[in-house]
Design a protein around this ligand. Structure first.
Ligand code: HEM
Ligand code: HEM
Length: 398
């Protein structure tokens, strides 16, 4: 009885083994079939998606007549190059008002993308980091620049309310523009990993809109600062002496004479004005895309006086397409922004923690007399002389 039962068991086990073998081979067959089908389907799709239109293939074997492609085509050159030309960014004609659509593939876009995300990204990041490190080292070695004769307690008016209003309008808007602009360039890599995608999206949209509107406050502040201070920032012979002594920044007890602004401040002023104007123009071009050809116009103008910028930096000569102009504007805008940010970081350092008594000039508008004598002795003389001249004349007794 037992032997019959064991025979039955071994028979049913053999049957189930055979069934599972069949299952496995069927499964393997299905997988191979599916795999083969996928390869076939994708190669068929790939062929159909990249193949030129049938008439283009047809035209390729026909001989051009008088430079024109035979048959009913729109081109007048040998179409065997058509696909190559499109890849190179050649511009065709379109019947819609937006003529930019005539360029199917903008090849220069890839160069722009690689430049912006590659070397530019690293150098600009390193420049800002390097400036912060340099300032930290300077602070560690030199410490806070003190008023050597101590505070006198007597105050001199240094800046009017209009001057300070212009400065703070320019300064605060610049800082907001710098933060919101740098978020466009670096936010995805620096901020997004910290706060997550869900917060980064709405925050970036807010910052981008803020950037567009605050730009106008910066333009106004820049204009006020220019009008108030341009007269005091014309270079003079005292600037050479000041520069030769390093402005007394690197050694104690050295105080080269200076008028209202010393040579270092004049450099900051002109950099702010020229850099700020350049940021306004390139930013304007980004705000109103495809309206201006600032780069083509500037390069053409400079070429007339023998300065060939495109040749110097190894790019094609003008004219440029609208999209290329936008790409140049973006690159220039971010380079100028970072150059200015580095210089202004040094300015903020000296105007706050780096130098005792300096902040008061923009804080209350009045500075201590000893601070003024140490850093702007010629200006103090001018103020005192002007006061003396304006003082009411005492009438001699008769
Ligand atoms: C929190 C940030 C800032 C502080 C604490 C600060 C502080 C100062 C101070 C104390 C002065 C007067 C110096 C003196 O008495 O001669 C000054 C002047 C000036 N600031 Fe600022 N500033 C700041 C941001 C900015 C920004 C962002 C800009 C430009 C975008 C700027 C541009 C200027 C210019 C052009 C002058 C006149 C020339 C000069 O002193 O270099 N400042 N600032
Ligand atoms: C003054 C007038 C300015 C205008 C009209 C302006 C306008 C613009 C516009 C339209 C963009 C493109 C952002 C976008 O919509 O995606 C942009 C980007 C940017 N802006 Fe400004 N901006 C100005 C000033 C500044 C200043 C003062 C700074 C910095 C100190 C700055 C730094 C940046 C940066 C870093 C970018 C990102 C560029 C990139 O990586 O693509 N901008 N700006």
């Amino acid at each position: 009885m037992y032997s019959n039962r064991s025979k039955a068991i071994s028979l049913s086990r053999r049957n189930s083994d055979a069934a599972s073998r069949h299952m496995k081979s069927a499964l393997a067959f299905c997988i191979i079939l599916a795999f083969a089908f996928t390869i076939f389907a994708s190669s068929a799709f790939a062929q159909s998606s990249v193949r030129p239109p049938d008439n283009a293939t047809q035209n390729m074997i026909e001989t051009p007549v008088d430079g024109n492609v035979p048959g009913n085509t729109l081109g007048n050159s040998d179409v065997s190059n058509t696909w190559g030309n499109i890849r190179q960014g050649v511009e065709g004609t379109v019947s819609i008002p937006d003529t930019k659509a005539g360029v199917l593939v903008q090849s220069a876009g890839e160069d722009f993308r690689l430049t912006r995300k590659g070397p530019l990204f690293s150098y600009l990041g390193l420049a800002m980091l390097g400036t912060l490190i340099a300032l930290a080292i300077f602070f560690a070695l030199r410490g806070r620049i003190r008023v050597e004769h101590g505070m006198s307690g007597k105050k001199i008016k240094r800046f009017s309310d209009v001057e300070r209003m212009g400065h703070w309008l320019m300064a605060i808007s610049f800082i907001i523009l710098a933060i919101s602009g740098l978020n466009v360039t670096f936010g995805k890599y620096v901020l997004m990993p910290v706060i997550g995608k869900d917060a980064f999206g709405p925050l970036s949209l807010f910052l981008k809109t803020t950037h567009h509107y605050i730009a106008f406050a910066f333009m106004l502040g820049l204009a006020i600062a220019f009008v108030c201070w341009v007269i005091h920032n014309i270079p003079s012979r005292h600037d050479i002496g000041w520069l030769l002594k390093g402005g007394g920044l690197f050694s104690k007890g050295v105080h080269p004479p200076a008028k209202k602004f010393n040579a270092g401040q004049k450099m900051i002023f002109w950099l702010t004005m020229i850099g700020g104007l350049s940021l306004c123009l390139s930013g304007w071009q980004l705000l109103f895309p495809f309206e201006y050809n600032y780069f083509a116009d500037t390069f053409t103008m400079l070429a007339k006086i023998g300065i060939d910028i495109p040749a110097m930096i190894g790019i094609a000569a003008p004219p440029y397409s609208g999209i290329q102009e936008q790409q140049f504007a973006t690159i220039w805008h971010v380079i100028m922004a970072v150059v200015m940010i580095c210089v202004i970081m040094a300015h903020i350092y000296i105007g706050s923690v780096g130098m005792e008594g300096a902040f008061d000039a923009m804080g209350s508008g009045e500075v201590d007399e000893n601070w003024a004598i140490e850093h702007h002795s010629l200006w103090v003389d001018e103020v005192k002389n002007a006061k003396g001249a304006n003082a009411p004349k005492t009438q001699p007794a008769e």
